[in-house]
Design a protein around this ligand. Structure first.
Ligand SMILES: [Zn+2]
Length: 168
């Protein structure tokens, strides 16, 4: 299992997400007899929304990156479940071809919800690009310097892909 650190500049924003957010909100089930306070309920619904949004985007990007041979899932994690100052990670098993991507819970973002979801999508694509490179980089002797180079390269590719996808 390999964990990659995600260190990057804040993700770019776009207006294309409004519809997606509205659609995703509609499928979050209401919690009739919730023992939670209203703000906890809101936080919980945002976590569920992030989970369904990230899974939907994962499906799209997994196909685009030709990673259908992998069984990949997404988990929403609070900041204390990730390395400090990271917004996600990926762990994979090259033999079983399974991977788990963790994305940061909206509760730990200081951004409006639409921008938060865009950043979560950035994390999903970023981690998939790492996975794409895994067969090449798996044998590489790891140093802090080449890890940082990989992070920069992965970020540049992710930015380019999302820019194309978002039409900017
Ligand atoms: Zn990374």
């Amino acid at each position: 299992m390999i964990a990659y650190m995600l260190a990057r500049l804040p993700a770019c924003l776009s207006g294309a997400l409004g519809l997606l957010v509205a659609m995703a909100v509609a499928v979050v089930p209401s919690r009739a007899q919730s023992p939670l306070t209203p703000s906890e309920t809101l936080a919980h619904e945002r976590t569920l929304l992030a989970e369904s949004f990230a899974s939907a985007r994962l499906e799209v990007w997994q196909k685009r990156l030709n990673l259908q041979g992998w069984e990949i899932s997404v988990l929403v994690s609070r900041a204390d479940g990730l390395r400090p100052k990271t917004a996600g990670n990926v762990h994979w098993d090259p033999k079983k071809k399974t991977a788990v991507i963790r994305v940061l819970d909206p509760a730990d973002y200081r951004l409006p919800l639409a921008a938060t979801l865009q950043d979560i999508e950035f994390t999903v694509v970023h981690e998939l690009v790492h996975l794409e490179m895994a067969p090449v980089l798996g044998e590489l002797q790891r140093t802090d310097a080449n890890r940082m180079e990989e992070e920069h390269a992965v970020n540049h590719m992710t930015e380019a892909l999302l820019k194309l996808d978002r039409g900017r």
